[in-house]
Design a binder for this molecule. Structure first.
Ligand SMILES: NC(=O)c1ccc[n+]([C@@H]2O[C@H](COP(=O)([O-])OP(=O)(O)OC[C@H]3O[C@@H](n4cnc5c(N)ncnc54)[C@H](O)[C@@H]3O)[C@@H](O)[C@H]2O)c1
Length: 330
């Protein structure tokens, strides 16, 4: 394939991208982090050149692809810089803090004719793919409701501070994990979320972001979707349930998929899970080779950010809001 790849941000998720590069045999040339030790450590283990300034790295190394794994408030600045320096990009989710930032990125991508893929990894999880395949085959009829529930202790000490600051993260558990759920619902059902009524809570012992959210949504296909997420102490849960006119599905990532056409749920086999970070990078590389938009394009990822913005505004105003309209007043 011959692509030279650089990583910007050597934090928690960068390790997954490094492993994906190795598994794919792609050449990782350099890694940048403002924390010199972190850049050095990641570079030592992977044979890449370490930098503390991503601009210097891009200038010196001129990689074909930049993988951007930074705090959310830096996504726009860095993606625009990389696009202007001719790099194709795998940008971690969420695309940016708001729609205006997404538009700036998309403009730079279009002007410089590079490919942008946003890291919505839900597309590459075996249970999600099987659920999408069953739904698309039509055997369950049409969706009438979908519920996505995620409980995960969010306030663990290892989570870096920026995740708890509205200014740097854009929000809390919803901005971070809700981005995955919104993507999952839209992609799985081939629809877009069009209306939102959200109620959030702020009882965490760190920062100023929400620790839970209950969100009632409507999709462009007319059926409702609900999202329940909490980051307070409790039993972890990651479950999606999709009810259709002729049957229903429920599943959890890495836990299995169950189907009912009447009577009890029975388990359905799913394909072995391949590394989702490899699958997404393969999709980016193929989109470059075929000169087409990747599945999670900037245009698509912007729809997820737009829903998130609407969620925060709905909570603030106490109103149900149409996505893409009105929430800028917040
Ligand atoms: N797709 C997934 O499943 C998944 C999983 C985890 C995280 N993420 C996303 O990945 C991104 C990073 O998350 P993380 O958990 O790795 O965060 P992290 O805080 O562990 O890592 C971020 C790194 O960026 C570095 N950094 C900060 N400012 C910098 C700058 N100006 N230049 C260079 N480096 C800088 C920090 O020092 C840190 O090492 C976020 O967008 C997050 O939402 C995605």
């Amino acid at each position: 394939m011959g692509y030279r790849v650089a990583i910007i941000g050597a934090g928690a998720v960068a390790q997954r991208h490094l492993e994906a590069l190795t598994k794919m045999g792609l050449q990782g040339v350099a890694i940048a982090d403002i924390d010199q030790d972190r850049a050095q450590q990641a570079a030592t283990g992977s044979g890449m050149n370490p930098y503390t300034d991503y601009r210097e790295m891009i200038g010196m190394e001129q990689p074909d692809i930049a993988v951007i794994t930074l705090p959310h408030f830096l996504h726009k600045e860095v993606a625009v810089w990389c696009a202007r320096h001719g790099c194709h990009m795998l940008l971690e989710k969420p695309m940016a803090l708001n729609r205006e930032e997404c538009d700036e990125i998309s403009q730079a991508v279009a002007e410089n004719q590079v490919k942008l893929m946003v890291g919505h990894t839900q597309h590459y999880l075996a249970e999600n793919r099987k659920a999408k395949e069953i739904l698309a085959a039509g055997e369950l009829g049409d969706p009438v409701m979908i519920q996505d529930t995620r409980h995960l202790y969010y306030y663990h000490r290892d989570r870096p501070d920026w995740f708890f600051e509205k200014k740097r993260a854009g929000g809390g558990i919803l901005m971070n994990l809700g981005a995955h759920s919104i993507d999952k619902i839209q992609w799985l059902t081939d629809s877009r979320i069009t209306k939102v009524k959200a109620s959030l809570s702020f009882h965490g012992d760190r920062g100023d972001v929400e620790g839970s959210g209950t969100v009632f949504m409507e999709t462009s296909k007319g059926f409702p979707a609900t999202l329940f997420q909490s980051g307070y102490p409790g039993a972890p849960k990651n479950e999606t349930e999709l009810i259709c006119t002729k049957g229903m599905l429920k599943w959890g990532a890495g836990e299995g998929l169950w189907l009912s056409r009447g009577g009890d749920y029975r388990q359905v086999p799913v394909d072995d899970q391949r590394d989702p970070f490899v699958l997404q990078l393969e999709e980016l590389v193929t989109s470059i080779q075929e000169d087409r938009e990747p599945e999670c394009s900037g245009e698509y990822a912007r729809t997820v950010v737009s829903v998130l913005e609407t969620i925060y505004c709905s909570h603030k105003t106490g109103r149900e809001l149409v996505v893409g309209r009105g929430e800028t007043s917040c």
